[in-house]
Design a binder for this molecule. Sequence first.
Ligand SMILES: [Zn+2]
Length: 242
Amino acid sequence: MKAISTEIRTIDTSSGTIRYTFERKEIKNINLRIRHDGQVFVSAPDSVSQTTIDAFVAGRKDYIFHTIADFQQQDVPCSEMQYVSGENVTFLGKNLRIKVEKDSREYVSSDGIYVFIHVKRPDYYNRKKNLLNSWLDEQRRAVFGEIMQDAHNRFTAYHVALPELRLRNMTSRWGSCQPKQGIITLNKRLIEAPKSCIEYVVFHELCHFVHPNHSKQFYTLLQVMLPDWRERKTLLERCVAI
Ligand SMILES: [Zn+2]
């Protein structure tokens, strides 16, 4: 097994200095990724020289600086939601606006623009939080479940049984799977992402039921199943930061 070496590199360009974390990987091309916090990550195969990599990064300076600026302008989500009217909930790539309504019957509904929290006591924080979270879980089960069913139809030729869907709060991954047990676990925060991004995660996990590791065959299958998976992955990383 090869040791992973990570290096911080700095290059000066006419637009400013770019600092990036560099890693050698067994991949085909040079990869550049910008995280929401503005950190730049670059990986490349052994065959590419450091000069070529620096030139590659420098050649993308405008993209890098624009993307970092975009991320800085985006509102930093308030870590503690208050569950009051006017607040936003990110749902399938869109912002739904919360409207709290005093009602004798307690439930949550949405018209695609607003999410209405009907509650007996609008000042009861915990009640509103629980109502909204239960509703979001219902939506996750419905949306992720439907995506999984559709995606699974493409895997019947590989004798993959429909996996059991589990939801979890995950801090560093979008999904995981246990092919032998027939389980796919999805990060709850995926509900914030556009549907195309959720599909990407589901297809990725389903491909593991055929090829457990990130082997060449795994990526070949993913490419056949979802030719634009890279674009979807990029969109996901841009839309939702974990
Ligand atoms: Zn994987």
